[in-house]
Ligand binder design. Structure first.
Ligand code: URA
Length: 191
């Protein structure tokens, strides 16, 4: 992938993608949003119903909770970059298949290469297994830090999991504080 392409140019190409069967059922490709120079990147799993209809990541119920979580650590969406492992909605919100994740991966790699975040937060197991390690265990390893290709990466529970099981929220508060501390150490976000 040509690192000279701007994020907008990468998005323009991505919007035409037909490299896996997920393109058949989509209303919109959900490429990603935010600051092209963001030092903090969030990566979710894949678009849900609202995201598919609106073409933006995390605009449904999980997105509302995500905004609240960001507010807890004094961050706004325009300071960060948000995207997903797969850019088209899997039917009935099932987990994206590994072939779908593989087909879509070069778009994510291009986004990471372009944005060059210092800190990357995986939202949920699917993003963590794709980006941190294949055998990542979200229940045991959430909140831990892993250096991956020069980027400090961590994973937290997916906001949808926190909606289903509010009992996981206290652990996530701890993880969010750790993200704030790491961002304070490695980025200009709180300076
Ligand atoms: N869940 C995700 O993983 N990503 C979205 O964009 C919305 C819900």
């Amino acid at each position: 992938m040509d690192e000279e392409l701007s994020l907008q140019e990468i998005e323009r190409d991505c919007l035409l993608c037909r490299e896996c069967p997920l393109c058949e059922g989509r209303h919109n490709v959900v490429f990603g949003v935010g600051n092209e120079h963001a030092e903090l990147m969030l990566v979710g799993e894949g678009p849900g119903e609202q995201e598919d209809l609106q073409g933006e990541p995390f605009v449904g119920p999980a997105g509302q909770l995500l905004d609240d979580m960001l507010e807890l650590i004094d961050l706004r969406r325009d300071q960060i970059y948000i995207c997903n492992i797969v850019k088209c909605r899997p039917p009935r919100n099932r987990d994206p298949l590994s072939q779908e994740q593989d087909a879509c991966r070069h778009w994510l790699d291009a986004q990471i290469a372009r944005v060059q975040p210092k800190v990357l937060v995986c939202l949920g197991r699917i993003a963590a297994t794709a980006l941190i390690s294949e055998d990542f265990k979200i229940t045991r390893q959430h909140g831990q830090w892993f250096p991956v290709n020069g980027i400090a990466m961590t994973a937290i529970y997916h906001p949808s999991a926190l909606l289903r099981d509010p009992g996981k929220r206290p652990e996530t508060f701890v993880d969010l504080r750790s993200i704030r501390a790491k961002a304070r150490e490695l980025t200009e976000l709180y300076h």
